[in-house]
Ligand binder design. Structure first.
Ligand SMILES: [Zn+2]
Length: 442
């Protein structure tokens, strides 16, 4: 098959210099206007390569169609996100290509103390001779998920230039705000119009992920009694004291992100603030299983009740709301999309691996909303920080897997064992699965 490395590298470099960071503190949709610059660029390029039905939705997602060359096949969606993580500096990215990697340490022009090596990133040790792309030391690279964007644009360009290749209709979607958990607008499943889909947002070569965390968010609001401190004796109830009591009572030596891995879930306090009058504590709850997630919610409520019991004059209100659910619950009912991706890997001589994601993807939400959407590797590594890197050859492998995949979709292969538009599953089924080593992603 064609060697896509030159095109992939050119696209990755061009996309990564465009700052398209999302911002969870913003209420607008998309959260930042700079993401629309990226959307505009992609819409223009899609039109330029001959894609059909190119449009940008009012929620900032770019949609396009690669028309079917064979009729009667399922419609396959392909997604990547245009935003980069708010977790690290993303303005002024200067991508650097380290051509023909020699196995040694990689330095950074703008951060002389920073070193990337197989010691800090063991997977790099497998990439001898590859062309490695990094940033210059002061920003993230944004291969998460510009690599996914570059892979899909390259695959789309190739398919549109080769109408002799057999495939059904392919719907492309480039979404904003994935990194802040707002990538899937309620209108997206309908607008996408795919029978099943894939996100190009995974790590090492061969990763086909169909299991993510189940996730809830919690906000605890503590209202004290506000009195002038000079006349407060016996009257004032300090909400900040109660908030610290709450945090101190929650598990710290277990059940936190820093003390768990593999298939363990956690309770994570990520923000607290307020005044003596009112304090707010924000948490996220994560577990691979519904029962485990529910148990963490129950524990949080118990701790809230205990704090409330120490001070009846205060009010402690705990609100827990669902964020996303483990996509395995739905995908296990019909593994066809996962199996297709695995087959496509094998056809490229790549052994597929499925590890649970210690986080979520746009596919977690999409799957729950009726579009089964496993996650496919791109090659991205050490994401959300200055050591972020990717091999151009890994991106080429992902591109070839995508092309294989769309060529393998057969009408009869899609068994429609369940289809939410026809028969919504009555809640996630029970939970047998293959335990694997989870990937540190999200
Ligand atoms: Zn991502």
């Amino acid at each position: 098959m064609t060697d896509f490395t030159a095109e992939l590298e050119e696209r990755l470099l061009r996309y990564t210099v465009l700052d398209s960071q999302s911002d969870e503190t913003s209420a607008s949709q998309p959260s930042t206007a700079i993401q629309l610059d990226m959307a505009r660029l992609l819409a223009e390029e899609l039109t330029g390569i001959g894609a059909a039905e190119v449009r940008t939705t009012e929620y900032g997602t770019v949609l396009a169609t690669i028309p079917a060359t064979v009729e009667g096949l399922p419609v396959v969606g392909m997604l990547a996100h245009v935003d980069t993580a708010p977790a690290y500096r993303a303005a002024g990215v200067k991508p650097v290509v380290h051509r023909g990697y020699n196995g040694g340490p990689i330095g950074f022009a703008d951060a002389p103390a920073l070193v990337l090596s197989p010691e800090v990133s063991p997977y790099l040790g497998e990439k001898l001779g590859h062309d490695i792309v990094t940033a210059s030391g002061t920003t993230l690279l944004g291969a998460d998920d510009k690599a996914g964007v570059a892979i899909l644009m390259t695959a789309a360009r190739h398919l549109l230039a080769h109408p002799e290749l057999p495939h059904g209709a392919i719907r492309l979607a480039f979404t904003p705000d994935e990194e802040i958990g707002r990538g899937v607008d309620p209108r997206l499943p309908e607008d996408l119009g795919a029978d099943f889909a894939y996100t190009l947002d995974g790590g090492r070569v061969g990763e086909i992920e169909y299991e993510s965390f189940s996730a809830d968010g919690a906000v605890v609001t503590i209202t004290g009694v506000s009195v002038h401190p000079g006349i407060a004796k016996g009257k004032l109830v300090n909400a900040l004291h109660l908030a610290t009591k709450l945090v101190a009572t929650l598990p710290q030596a277990t059940m936190t992100p820093e003390t768990t891995d593999d298939r363990e879930g956690f309770l994570h306090v990520y923000e607290m603030g307020g005044t003596a009058a009112e304090a707010v504590v924000k948490l996220i709850l994560r577990d691979f299983e519904r029962e485990g997630l529910a148990a963490k919610g129950a524990l949080l409520r118990q701790v809230c009740d205990a704090v409330q019991a120490t001070e009846p004059r205060a009010t402690v209100v705990c609100e827990i709301r669902p964020q996303y659910r483990n996509m395995r619950y739905w995908l296990e009912q019909d593994m066809t999309p996962v199996e297709l991706a695995r087959e496509a890997c094998r056809a490229e001589g790549i052994e597929p691996v499925s590890v649970p994601i210690r986080g979520g993807t746009d596919g977690s939400r999409l799957t729950e909303m009726g579009v089964p959407t496993p996650n496919v590797f791109t090659g991205m590594q050490e994401i959300h920080g200055p050591l972020e890197w990717i091999s151009v050859q890994d991106m080429a492998a992902a591109t070839r897997v995508c092309l294989r995949l769309v060529g393998m979709v057969r009408g009869e292969a899609w068994r429609l064992a369940w289809h939410p538009r026809l028969t919504p599953p009555s809640g996630p089924p029970a939970a047998p699965s293959t335990p694997g080593r989870p990937a540190p992603r999200g």
